[in-house]
Design a protein around this ligand. Structure first.
Ligand code: ATP
Ligand code: MN
Ligand code: MN
Length: 301
């Protein structure tokens, strides 16, 4: 009998996966996680992270020799990230244009890890609409020694004040010391309008409760208080993205948290890159479904 050999199928056209070299290199010496562990973490949480990280200009904290060695903050494309990382020219203050980085998929995140990236920070606008911001962030920076309970209460109060203005907000643990209060907004206002709103909101809080809040960056004025860092809301500023790892001891990660859950946590870094499975499971719980989503515009002020 004639058995026809199966026709050879053309190979599917697929970019080769990003190769991670030096997988065994220890990036977090205090807790032992390697570059391979970090890549595996980002691969696992990519479905959670990409809705916030993709198609948005990003800056990277790169520590090629590990977090305890030299790290640098990279804003511009150095041309060395390969085909999975895209770039978008953005006009600088001086009128010139610089290429900023953005990714669209998990391979993009992994390509950045291959280049020594630990942290991903994002603009408040998308790479296809750079001049149309789509969120506000109030980054609560507590003075050294301040109790985390005070930070939680501050975040909660800011949530309530925003609610009085008709704005839904969401909390994120930074993976460091503070909490970020995130306000998603339908694009439609300028960077200056966003920044002015954020500044006046922060200043009003600092004036109303000067013993708890400051709205100026000065470290000297921060003694025992929380700096409401509204400067994350100016054109060109970035904030750490949800699910980004941090280049800090123990490999902590920035995580979305429900307002009810916030009451229960003891610090801003309860999860690390070891917790990808937990984070994936958490993200499917009712408390976190819909985190970061609201159809709302900047109030007319
Ligand atoms: P924490 O909760 O510990 O404050 P954080 O991520 O909020 O963590 P901040 O120091 O408050 O840390 O925020 C600084 C922000 O400024 C970062 O989110 C980042 O996007 C940006 N940033 C960090 N390093 C640089 C840098 N070298 N140049 C410009 N911007 C930076
Ligand atoms: Mn902060
Ligand atoms: Mn800050």
């Amino acid at each position: 009998k004639d058995v026809k050999p199966e026709k050879a199928q053309p190979a599917p056209v697929e970019e080769p996966p990003v190769e991670i070299t030096s997988r065994e290199r220890v990036i977090f010496p205090e807790s032992g996680q390697t570059k391979g562990d970090l890549a595996d973490y980002y691969q696992a949480v990519a479905p959670l992270m990409l809705p916030w990280a993709a198609r948005r200009p990003i800056s990277l904290v790169r520590c090629p020799q590990g977090r305890a060695s030299k790290c640098f903050f990279q804003k511009h494309d150095s041309g060395s990230f390969g085909p999975h990382v895209s770039h978008v020219p953005i006009t600088e203050k001086d009128g010139g244009a610089e290429d900023y980085l953005y990714v669209t998929d998990a391979a993009g995140l992994i390509a950045c890890v291959q280049m020594g990236t630990i942290e991903f920070h994002g603009w408040g606008s998308r790479s296809d609409a750079v001049e149309a911001p789509d969120r506000l962030i109030f980054d609560l920076d507590p003075d050294e020694g301040l109790d985390f309970d005070d930070v939680k209460k501050a975040a909660r109060d800011i949530h309530d004040q925003l609610a009085d203005l008709g704005l839904t907000s969401f909390a994120m643990l930074s993976g460091g010391k503070g909490v970020h209060v995130v306000v998603p907004l339908t694009p439609g206002h300028s960077w200056d309008e966003h920044k002015d709103f954020a500044r006046r909101f922060a200043e009003a809080l600092a004036i109303a409760q000067p013993d708890r809040f400051v709205a100026t960056m000065s470290k000297a004025k921060r003694k025992g208080k929380i700096f409401i860092d509204w400067l994350r809301n100016q054109r060109g500023s970035t904030a750490v993205l949800p699910y980004s790892a941090r280049a800090r001891a123990g490999a902590p990660v920035a995580v979305p948290i429900a307002w009810d859950e916030l009451a229960e946590v003891e610090n801003a870094h309860p999860f690390s890159i070891d917790d990808a499975d937990k984070l994936l499971a958490r993200a499917r719980t009712p408390a976190l479904i819909g985190w970061g989503h609201a159809e709302q515009a900047l109030p007319q002020v």
